[in-house]
Design a binder for this molecule. Structure first.
Ligand code: NAD
Length: 260
């Protein structure tokens, strides 16, 4: 379905990004992985994905904190693969603290990785997409792009920013065969969420089991975590031909969270 398309998935060495990369590769796309982690482990992921799906899998170590590295990653893939047809802006971090105690350096890092990197990668990918009259940009936002929760000021500000950026870029390129959408997942049990459980337990003076039941899954009417593969499947659909008229959306995949 996506045979011959070249994709970049930021933050794809773990969690949701890894599932998205796997599912794009399974659909025939060549994928450039990106993210932090142990280089031997990343190479093992890369080689397994390439072998399993018989596509080209690359890796960029670009740090999404640094706008030159973000833009450099896109330019390098454009040079080596010839095109960037699909850009999935997924890398993200979280920090949980009351706003008046929120460390300034955490604010800056979250805004840089979760929001500014989306702008820089998009800006670098668009000229090539416009020249070819085809592009798919999918931003992994969050239910927190649509609603708020206490103690996540930077994350929620960044994700609301991603929603606005998604709509703006979608309008700018709507006539050029390029769609730009955001997916708004509910809670997915990845390392990002696993780390939040003890932090939220401390901030709210609750047990970790209570955080899962009364804070996280309390929001999700389905009472289960969203599966990373459910996000991957939505990305694959948005990258396909039949999604050509879907643009500028922020699509919840959240077990009913934002319906409330
Ligand atoms: P994760 O921690 O499992 O993965 C995050 C990925 O981002 C990793 O590959 C990591 O190496 C990469 N990353 C972090 N900092 C980076 C940097 N400076 N440069 C390059 N890569 C960097 O997290 P996840 O839960 O899979 O989250 C992925 C995305 O989904 C994030 O944008 C997150 O906000 C969003 N999201 C997650 C959930 C959830 O419940 N897990 C819900 C809604 C939205």
């Amino acid at each position: 379905m996506l045979n011959g398309k070249n994709a970049i998935v930021t933050g794809s060495t773990s969690g949701i990004g890894l599932a998205i990369a796997n599912m794009l590769a399974a659909s025939g796309a060549n994928v450039t992985l990106n993210g932090l982690g142990n280089l031997d482990e990343i190479e093992a992921i890369r080689a397994t994905m390439a072998d399993s799906h018989d596509v080209e899998i690359g890796y960029s170590s670009a740090n999404m904190l640094n706008h030159r590295e973000v833009r450099g990653m896109v330019e390098d893939v454009q040079k080596s693969a010839g095109t960037v047809d699909i850009l999935v802006n997924n890398a993200g971090i979280q920090h949980v603290a009351p706003v008046d105690e929120f460390p300034a350096e955490k604010w800056d890092a979250i805004i840089a990785i979760n929001l500014s990197a989306v702008f820089h990668a998009t800006a670098a990918a668009l000229p090539g997409m416009k020249a070819r009259g085809f592009g798919r940009i999918v931003n992994i936002a969050s239910a927190h792009a649509l609603v708020a929760s206490p103690y996540k000021a930077a994350y929620i500000a960044a994700k609301h920013g991603v929603a606005g950026l998604t709509k703006t870029v979608a309008l700018e390129v709507a006539e050029q065969g390029i769609t730009v959408n955001a997916i708004a997942p509910g809670y997915v049990l990845t390392p990002l969420v696993e780390k939040q459980i003890p932090a939220t337990a401390k901030t709210r003076d609750m047990s970790e089991d209570d955080v899962i039941r009364d804070v996280m899954l309390a929001r999700q009417p389905t009472k289960r975590f969203v599966e990373a593969e459910e996000i991957g499947a939505m990305v694959v659909f948005l990258c396909g031909k039949n999604a050509a008229s879907i643009t500028g959306t922020v699509l919840p995949v959240d077990g009913g969270w934002v319906a409330q």
